[in-house]
Design a binder for this molecule. Structure first.
Ligand code: FES
Length: 192
């Protein structure tokens, strides 16, 4: 996607430059196609137009730059958890700090739970041997291993992030696609 955007914007800016050069060239050709002598006024006008063109191209390039994702491997982008870092089925969840999720390995596969509490946004810790295992310290919301609320003021389960598992067994977590839900469904987990 990014190379395509770069190619398109390059074509656009290149086309813009070519049109500008063609436009300026027209001022230097007389009615019979012979080169026209450039007056001081003409030179000033051409210089002003060229400068404007350069400024416009820079502004356009800066504008397009905003649409290019610069962050990779950070919250909001796809984050890869290598196969060796994936917890075994039934083991303690693994926290991914950059991606702000808990990676749970339940009977259905891998489930990425957004650490932000759906009540007022505190980070929900995992409590080893806790019953239930996720307990928000702020107002006491509690969640089971699948992030489903079992107590407290939270209005819904912990949100989750879709996961795909590649051929090498790595889990790719879409941290930009945080999804709300009303309960746990096996389809929320990615089979491994
Ligand atoms: S922020 Fe978690 S219970 Fe209020």
């Amino acid at each position: 996607m990014v190379p395509l955007l770069r190619t398109l914007s390059g074509l656009f800016l290149g086309g813009l430059g070519a049109r500008l050069v063609g436009l300026l060239g027209r001022f230097h050709v007389g009615p019979e196609g012979k080169p026209r002598k450039l007056s001081r006024r003409g030179f000033t006008r051409n210089a002003a137009m060229a400068a404007s063109g350069v400024v416009l191209a820079e502004v356009g390039a800066g504008f397009l730059w905003f649409f290019w994702p610069n962050k990779t491997g950070a919250f909001g982008s796809d984050i890869t958890v290598s196969a060796s870092e994936i917890p075994a089925a039934g083991a303690e969840p693994v926290r991914n700090t950059a991606g702000k999720f808990w990676l749970v390995h339940n009977d259905d596969g891998l489930l990425a739970l957004y650490t932000k509490c759906p009540h007022l946004g505190c980070a929900v810790p995992f409590v080893p041997n806790g019953n239930p295992p996720f307990q928000c310290p702020c107002h006491g919301s509690q969640y089971d291993i699948n992030g489903v609320r079992v107590a407290g003021p939270a209005p819904r389960p912990m949100d989750y992030m879709p996961i795909t598992v590649d051929d090498s067994g790595n889990a790719i977590v879409a941290t930009g696609a945080i999804t709300q839900r009303s309960g746990y469904e096996p389809s929320q987990a990615a089979a491994v």
